[in-house]
Write a protein that binds this ligand. Structure first.
Ligand code: NAP
Length: 338
């Protein structure tokens, strides 16, 4: 029997790759977008037919459209959440849609008889507020939202996952809940409306950075994150679990060196010098985007994906491939001039 899944935020980077894999594996997919104006492009990118891919308008902040979107679905991948490189005017601009959105999706899913609900959370809900230094996190860890390094996006992801788990415990009934917690997602981009995580490679390639601040990320490929979502939707006996979807932790300067090594012709503007912490802090006085990363300086927030490897048989490709494929696609699309 064909299985039907609702994927929220269908216009997004991770959701797009997840939908493509689900369609390839024979699922019928319902996808939500904020605006149906995105539907034609989405259909072009994702494939599927009018029968296998149905697109619905639904916003995280309103009940309109959700009942129709989830009708007939046995599974939900709730991927949508506000994600931007720009610091919001107020933290609630991110927290409220993230929290209210997941609670709304949960409620409509339970009422429609959904059996498994997968939330795209984040390593942001795990690895912050634990003090500076070197850490290796597992699914047992939770971000302390009162920590000094916690900025609006981190708070929004932590509060949204906590709220979802609290709701499930009381209201969820027979519906199973699982979260997938990715680190920084890279890989090929397929349109110019790409995720905030891609900015790292874009900024390096375009020469926008005079040097590399002492920050880093666990780098994971979008194709592998999509694959983990599909496994989390289907694997038996994992109700309530969290799965970190992280790759190896690399400093920005390591990402820069990989670009130089693997794409020497296209990496002329990529800086390979470090940027001193004092200069980053000074720039942060004038730039709210940089202000968000000053808490990252010197930290190693490594997160272990062993649980997904062992329980779900998940595999990841080397981060070098994700970085290079990301760079190549940005160049091919003319997003950066190198
Ligand atoms: P993305 O391409 O920016 O996708 C975000 C999606 O959320 C978009 O489809 C966006 O719709 C939707 N969205 C935002 N606000 C909404 C609202 N009020 N109502 C309805 N939809 C809304 O970024 P992504 O990387 O694929 O992120 C997807 C999920 O993964 C997010 O939950 C994010 O927190 C999580 N995540 C991402 C990373 C990463 O490094 N990329 C790492 C960990 C977790 P529009 O197209 O209409 O804007």
């Amino acid at each position: 029997m064909t299985k039907t899944v609702l994927v929220t935020g269908g216009s997004g980077y991770i959701a797009g790759f997840t939908i493509r894999q689900l369609l390839a594996e024979g699922w019928t997919v319902h996808a939500t977008v904020r605006s149906l104006a995105k539907e034609p492009v989405l259909r072009q990118l994702l494939g599927g037919t009018a029968e296998t891919l149905k697109v619905f308008a639904a916003d995280l902040t309103s009940d309109a459209g959700w009942e129709a979107a989830v009708a007939g679905c046995s599974h939900v991948a709730h991927v949508a959440s506000p994600f931007s490189t720009n610091a919001p005017k107020h933290e609630d601009d991110l927290i409220v849609p993230a929290r209210e959105g997941v609670l709304r999706a949960l409620r409509f899913a339970r009422d429609a008889g959904v059996v498994r609900f997968v939330q795209t959370s984040s390593v942001a809900a795990i690895a912050y507020g634990h003090g500076k230094g070197v850490h290796r996190f597992t699914e047992k860890d939770w971000t302390d939202v009162n920590g000094p390094d916690v900025y609006a996006y981190v708070k929004s992801k932590t509060i949204a996952e906590r709220a979802a788990r609290d709701w499930i415990a009381v209201e969820g009934g027979a519906m199973e809940f699982v979260s997938v917690n990715p680190s920084a997602v890279l890989g090929p981009v397929w349109n110019d409306d790409f995720s905030a995580s891609i900015e790292v490679v874009k900024q390096l390639l375009s020469g926008a950075l005079p040097g590399c601040p002492d920050i880093g990320f666990g780098i994971v490929d979008v194709r592998d994150v999509a694959d983990l979502h599909v496994r989390a939707l289907t694997a038996p006996g994992i109700a309530g679990e969290r799965f970190i979807a992280a790759g190896p932790f690399l400093k920005l300067i390591d990402v820069a060196r990989i670009l130089k090594e693997r794409l020497p012709q296209q990496s002329r503007k990529v800086p390979t010098r470090g940027l001193p912490d004092w200069l980053v802090r000074f720039s942060a006085l004038f730039n709210p985007m940089i202000r968000q990363i000053t808490g990252e300086l010197g930290n190693i927030r490594d997160a272990s994906a062993d649980h997904a490897f062992v329980v779900l048989g998940w595999k990841t490709r080397p981060p070098e491939d994700s970085i290079v494929d990301c760079a190549r696609s940005l160049i091919e699309r003319g997003v950066v001039k190198v």
